[in-house]
Design a protein around this ligand. Structure first.
Ligand SMILES: C[S@@+](CC[C@H](N)C(=O)[O-])C[C@H]1O[C@@H](n2cnc3c(N)ncnc32)[C@H](O)[C@@H]1O
Length: 262
């Protein structure tokens, strides 16, 4: 079988099938967190690391004014086309989320499914949190869903699943290779997509450099400067009534932070 080694985000038609589950649960969580934890009304949203626009488009469909950015032009083109097809308006940008400042004051800034770990160059995550603090208004929320790597060593960190759309089937496996990345505190995470139904079967393999976190180091990064405070830590059940226990080894967390007035 043919193997392509490339950046999977440059293949948005594949990415969008692999991550093609209904974003409703994630978007419900964002809106419920906003209703519970944000001060004042929530009308504006900024989604950095937006990929093919799963979350941004659904939030726009629910009535928010949304701006979204991704580093990969092909992903943004795909998202723009889809938004036009479903008839919603999103302000799309191509660029580095660590340097970008959205237009206006933002009520809610979600970054889900591990995307923030891509800010892996030295100082990149710190710079991004600084940008988010400039973007989000006091009382607004930053919602970060990511793998904090706190799972016990005997538990595998491979995630795999199968998705199908229009005759194309993609079996996705994502796992930490445990090889260190180029900068301290980073690791190489491999994504393997086995694709059938898109011509002859092939495999797309991507190695991403991702920053590693523990839950404590993540909370410290975001709240250490005093511009965000923690409202709660949840898991991928996306249930606000089921916060993660402080001593839990749950690795896939979704953290809700509120912008302070500092
Ligand atoms: C897991 S995917 C996107 C997921 C998207 N948030 C979702 O929920 O479907 C991560 C995305 O981050 C983008 N990305 C990586 N580094 C970035 C950066 N510095 N600035 C903006 N986007 C970036 C990649 O191109 C990719 O589309």
């Amino acid at each position: 079988m043919r193997t392509i080694r490339a950046n999977w985000y440059e293949y948005p038609h594949l990415y969008d099938i692999a991550f093609g589950w209904d974003p409703g649960v994630e978007v419900d969580f964002v809106l419920e967190a906003a209703a519970r934890f944000a001060a004042g009304p929530v009308r504006t949203c900024y989604e950095p690391f937006c990929g093919t626009g799963r979350i941004a488009i659904e939030l726009a469909r629910r009535g928010l004014a949304v701006e979204a950015i991704d580093l990969v032009p092909a992903a943004v083109d795909f998202a723009r086309d889809r938004a036009a097809r479903v008839g919603v308006s999103v302000r799309w940008e191509v660029g580095d989320a660590g340097a970008w400042r959205p237009v206006g004051r933002i009520d809610v800034l979600p970054i889900l499914i591990d995307s923030f770990r891509h800010a892996s160059a030295p100082g990149a995550a710190e710079a991004a949190v600084g940008q988010f603090a400039r973007a989000v208004r006091p009382g607004g929320l930053l919602i970060l869903g990511l793998d904090v790597g706190d799972r016990p060593p005997e538990v595998t960190d491979e995630e795999s699943w199968v998705m199908e759309r229009d005759g194309v089937t993609i079996e996705t496996a994502v796992f930490d290779t445990r090889e260190p990345g180029p900068a301290a505190g980073t690791t190489i995470v491999r994504a393997v997509l086995a694709v059938t139904g898109d011509g002859s079967p092939y495999t797309l393999v991507t190695d991403d450099v991702m920053r590693t976190y523990t839950r404590a180091s993540l909370l410290d990064l975001v709240t250490g400067g005093g511009q965000f405070e923690t409202c709660g830590v949840f898991d991928r059940r996306y249930d606000l009534d089921k916060p993660v226990h402080p001593n839990s080894r749950q690795a896939d967390v979704v953290c809700v932070f509120r912008r302070t007035s500092k």
